[in-house]
Design a protein around this ligand. Structure first.
Ligand SMILES: [Zn+2]
Ligand SMILES: [Zn+2]
Length: 143
């Protein structure tokens, strides 16, 4: 199964995709702007770029929705964040601190590395800030 290529995504876009994922895939541009305390025009621009990358659909008045590809990418991004968070927590960081620190470097960690760590941890289903799904690419389906 081809993995979602997220290497070119800025940390900001990673954050938007994770946010959409946690909201079951949809949000209005205004909600994104409010949540991240950014200008609505900045949010609109980011959404347009994510849409050009095929990760979200954006329709005026109905809001932003993850595409199937976007959903798959976002699932990986959330899993990456939560796996790294668990590792940091294991080594002494407190919950929120582990989340925050993971966000500082998670963008640099490849899906191969995450899949290996995930497997060695026994595919945990609970992270510090929410559940972890192990969909395509993690190897859990193949067992
Ligand atoms: Zn977190
Ligand atoms: Zn896994």
């Amino acid at each position: 199964m081809e993995q979602c290529d997220v290497t070119g995504l800025s940390p900001r876009k990673v954050a938007y995709l994770k946010y959409l994922y946690d909201r079951e895939g949809t949000a209005r541009t205004g909600e994104i702007a409010t949540h991240f305390t950014i200008d609505p025009s900045t949010a609109t621009k980011a959404v347009r770029e994510l849409s050009a990358a095929g990760l979200v659909d954006h329709r005026p008045y109905s809001g932003v929705r993850l595409t199937e590809k976007g959903q798959e990418c976002a699932e990986f991004l959330v899993r990456r964040h939560r796996i790294l968070g668990l590792i940091l927590a294991h080594y002494g960081l407190e919950g929120e601190e582990a989340c925050r620190e993971a966000e500082r470097f998670e963008s640099y960690v490849t899906s191969d590395a995450i899949n290996k760590m995930c497997e060695s941890m026994g595919h945990p289903t609970r992270g510090i800030c929410g559940t972890i799904s192990h969909g395509r690419g993690c190897g859990i389906d193949d067992q």
